[in-house]
Write a new protein. Sequence first.
Length: 256
Amino acid sequence: MHSVSYRNSVSIFLWPNAAGCLRTVLLAVLLMALASGARAQVRINEFVASNQTGLTDADGDRPDWIELFNAGGEPVNLAGWGLTDNPDQPHKWVFPAVTLAPGAYRVVFASDKDRRSAADELHTNFKLSAEGEFLGLYDNSFPPRLVSGLAPAFPPQPADVAYGVTPDGTWAYFERPTPGAVNDMASVFDRELETPAFDPPRGFYDGPLYVRLASPDPQAEIRYTLDGTEPTETNGRIYSDPIMLVQPRAIRAAAF
């Protein structure tokens, strides 16, 4: 009798002339390899980490969202898979028994509402940080295997801009998010513009004050707000001249 070690934990015993048993073992190994290949085709395809005016959920809220895509030719059951923003907790949020067909998309809201009904919207038990953090999709193997992710962290995310995968496998910003559909390559831009510089610098000042804003990119359009809301391409005033403040106000500015 001969013993063959397999996957560091399982021993398979083969008796001489046990050809039928050997064929069974080889078939099992082949099926495991095919399943692993199918899992590898599921990926995080796009997400929005600062959803201000975009996709709404069933409650009418605008939480952040994560889109999965099955790029393979086989359906994949996601039961027991995990989404997480913490690499030390691979299964921080666990999928119910939902199947992702070949070429199909599935949007999961990163809302901290923790909803797992396969027949309804899916909501994780965590939110995304627009400042950037780890994001990973793990399968249901033991130990869990990272199938798709951004490590150690995805870059800072502007409001209402998606971060997604391009056809060549690289990540890029998309001005037009497309939840549940192919990523819009016509809206790709290379990078997030740097935060405008304030002159004088941020701080507390007494009396009337003129505040100047500047961007390192001469083609950038600067928008600012005085009511505490986040400036976006459609929200805020376009900066052109120094801003005069006669009383304490909070200025928020962004470049586009």
